[in-house]
Design a protein around this ligand. Structure first.
Ligand code: A2P
Length: 280
C-alpha cells in the first residue's frame, strides 16, 4: 500500500486509496477508517458531500499517525462552486478534518451546460480557488472528479495550473477508455471511484472464473485490474475482513489476455453515471 503513482508535479500518491463514499458518519466511519489505517492504508478519500470528514479526522487524530505519513483527499461540493464559496468550503473541510493541509483537493462534479449556461465560467472560478490554495501551500495537489474530456478542454482554456488528477467512475463494465486515454495524454492521473461497481460487479461470472484462476477474490481482481491500467483504485468498505482483503493485491499479476477479457465485460452493475446528465 506504500507503492505510489507520481503526479505531474512530483507528488507521490499511494496507489490504493481507502474510499468512504456511502460510509455513514459517526462510529462506523471512525472505526472503519481506523481499521484501514491500522492495516496499512495511508491514502484516505473523503468529500464534503459524504458528510464524514469529521469522522475521518477523528480516526486520524485518535490513532496519532504523523500527518506527513498520510495522504488525504477531499472534494468541494456542487453547491459551493465559484471562487469565494470554494475558498470558504475548503476552510470548512479543514476544520472538520482538523488538518492544516490537504494532499489533494478535487472539484467533485463539473458544472454542466444542461444546468448552467455559464458552466465554463463556473468551473473556471472554482478552479481558480483551488489554484490559489495550491499556491498558498494549503494543498499539495489539485484536480477534478467526473470531468469528461470537453469539461477538461474548457477548464484548460483558463487554468494556470493543470489538473493533476481526475477521479471518475471506473470498474469492469464501465470503462470509458477514451476518457482514460485523454487523461493519460494530458498527464492527469485517473482515480477510480467504485472500482467494485458499488459491490454489484462481484457476481459477474467472467470475474468469478478469473478470480478462481488466480486464487483471489473478485474484489481483488477488480482492484488489480485498475492498477494494471494505471488507474488508482479507491475501494470502499466498512467491513474489517473486506478492508484487509482489498489491500492484498500486490502478490499477483493479471496477464495481458485476462485484462482484455475484463475490458470487454458489458455493464453489469454500478452507478453508470453520465456526468453530463446528472441532476445534483
Ligand atoms: P461494505 O462497505 O458493507 O463492506 P465500491 O468501492 O465499488 O463503491 O464498492 C463498495 C461496496 O462493495 C460496498 O457495498 C462494500 O460493502 C462492498 N465491498 C467492498 N469490498 C468488498 C469485498 N472485498 N467483497 C465484497 N464486497 C465488498
Amino acid at each position: 500500500l506504500s507503492d505510489t503513482f507520481t503526479l505531474v508535479n512530483g507528488v507521490e500518491i499511494p496507489c490504493v486509496g481507502f474510499g468512504t463514499w456511502q460510509t455513514p458518519n459517526g462510529e462506523v466511519a471512525v472505526e472503519s477508517v481506523k481499521v484501514a489505517l491500522k492495516e496499512g492504508y495511508i491514502h484516505i478519500d473523503t468529500a464534503a458531500c459524504y458528510q464524514n470528514e469529521g469522522s475521518v479526522g477523528k480516526a486520524i487524530k485518535e490513532l496519532g499517525i504523523p500527518r506527513e505519513q498520510l495522504f488525504v483527499t477531499s472534494k468541494v461540493w456542487n453547491t459551493e462552486r465559484g471562487y469565494e464559496k470554494t475558498l470558504a468550503a475548503f476552510e470548512e473541510t479543514m476544520s472538520k478534518l482538523e488538518l492544516d493541509y490537504l494532499d489533494l483537493y478535487l472539484i467533485h462534479w463539473p458544472a454542466i451546460e444542461k444546468q448552467f449556461p455559464n458552466w465554463k465560467e463556473l468551473n473556471a472560478e472554482t478552479w481558480r480557488a483551488l489554484e490559489k490554495l495550491y499556491h498558498d501551500g494549503r494543498i499539495k495537489a489539485i484536480g477534478v472528479s467526473n470531468f469528461l474530456p470537453h469539461h477538461l478542454e474548457a477548464l484548460l482554456e483558463t487554468a494556470t495550473v493543470k489538473p493533476m488528477v481526475n477521479q471518475v467512475e471506473f470498474h469492469p463494465g464501465f470503462t470509458r477508455f477514451d476518457l482514460i486515454e485523454y487523461c493519460e495524454a494530458h498527464n492527469i492521473l485517473v482515480e477510480a471511484w467504485s472500482p467494485l461497481g458499488t459491490g454489484n460487479v462481484l457476481n459477474n461470472e467472467v470475474l468469478i472464473d478469473l478470480a478462481k484462476k488466480y486464487s483471489k477474490t473478485v474484489a481483488q481482481v477488480c482492484i488489480r485490474w485498475c492498477l494494471q491500467h494505471h488507474v488508482l483504485p479507491l475501494p470502499k468498505s466498512v467491513t474489517e475482513s473486506r478492508i484487509i482483503e482489498n489491500a492484498k493485491v500486490f502478490d499477483f499479476e493479471l496477464t495481458v489476455e485476462d485484462i482484455k477479457v475484463i475490458d470487454e465485460i458489458q455493464f453489469c452493475g454500478g452507478a453508470g453515471i453520465n456526468p453530463d446528465e446528472v441532476n445534483f
